[in-house]
Design a protein around this ligand. Structure first.
Ligand SMILES: *Cc1c(COP(=O)(O)O)cnc(C)c1O
Length: 252
């Protein structure tokens, strides 16, 4: 196991403060939306963040972490192997990385085609990890640049998975909306975008009916729309290391 770079007391304090604040905000916003605060999961998105901060968050009771890049996930999972972390893969999938991801992750949220679904199912069988939880990633903004299946095709796609791949457990839909969807300033009322409502409606008929929607910048709208899973990175951790800087998870 590689050595963890310990946090300075001031870094620990800042992380704890942000994490507490995010949890309090979510609790309050769930109540404001007349929802049961127990009915939402918080995925701490740790891409571009050092393993030492992940370890620190486990000491505060956070065990569910999301990563976007296979290599980074594998390195962090190895250096934190002594902790019972639940890793969620939320990045763009590449066929040749799927086997390794399935080995360490507890779920994959970014299934966008049948070829990948078959590879995940095969890997899950080989690793004795069936049924393996997955989400279908929906293209919420119909942007070419974003991955995901058009909302109108998700039900057919789900039926194909259900018919052919019993090794997968479809949890529901995952969506990354366009950047233009941002919460209003604090204190101003939240208006749920129509696309969030459409995604919520369809998600109820997909697998376990869960919805993974909402990041640091659109959390309130997602809660109001009925999300079950928030994927929060910067609001918990602070800014990320830029992707091309020297390997972010290693202390310099
Ligand atoms: C990076 C990322 C997040 C977290 O984004 P923040 O704005 O830092 O909260 C959530 N979901 C996905 C798919 C991401 O890639």
């Amino acid at each position: 196991m590689s050595q963890l770079h310990p946090l300075l007391p001031i870094e620990w304090e800042a992380l704890k403060e942000r994490f507490d604040a995010v949890q309090d905000d979510i609790h309050r916003e769930m109540l404001a939306a007349r929802r049961n605060p127990d009915e939402i999961a918080l995925l701490a998105v740790s891409k571009g963040q050092p393993a030492s901060k992940i370890e620190a968050l486990t000491r505060l009771g956070q065990w569910y972490f999301g990563e976007n890049y296979a290599q980074e996930l594998l390195e962090k999972a190895a250096s934190l192997a002594n902790l019972p972390i639940r890793w969620s893969f939320i990045g763009t999938l590449q066929s040749n990385k799927i086997r390794r991801i399935v080995e360490v992750a507890h779920e994959i949220q970014t299934v966008t085609n049948l070829r990948h679904a078959h590879l995940i199912a095969k890997a899950a069988e080989e690793c004795n990890k069936t049924p393996f939880p997955v989400y279908i990633e929906v293209n919420a903004s119909n942007e070419e640049s974003k991955g995901g299946i058009p909302l109108s095709k998700t039900q057919d796609f789900y039926r194909e998975i259900q018919r052919d791949l019993p090794a997968l457990q479809v949890m529901g839909l995952m969506a990354i909306p366009a950047q233009e969807y941002a919460d209003p300033p604090a204190g101003e009322p939240v208006i749920v975008p129509e696309i969030y409502q459409s995604i919520r409606t369809i998600s109820r008929s997909i697998g376990a009916g869960k919805l993974s929607l909402g990041m640091s910048g659109d959390r309130r709208m997602a809660i109001e729309a009925g999300t079950n899973l928030l994927r929060i990175g910067t609001a918990i951790f602070g800014p990320r290391q830029p992707r091309n800087a020297s390997s972010p998870q290693k202390p310099i």
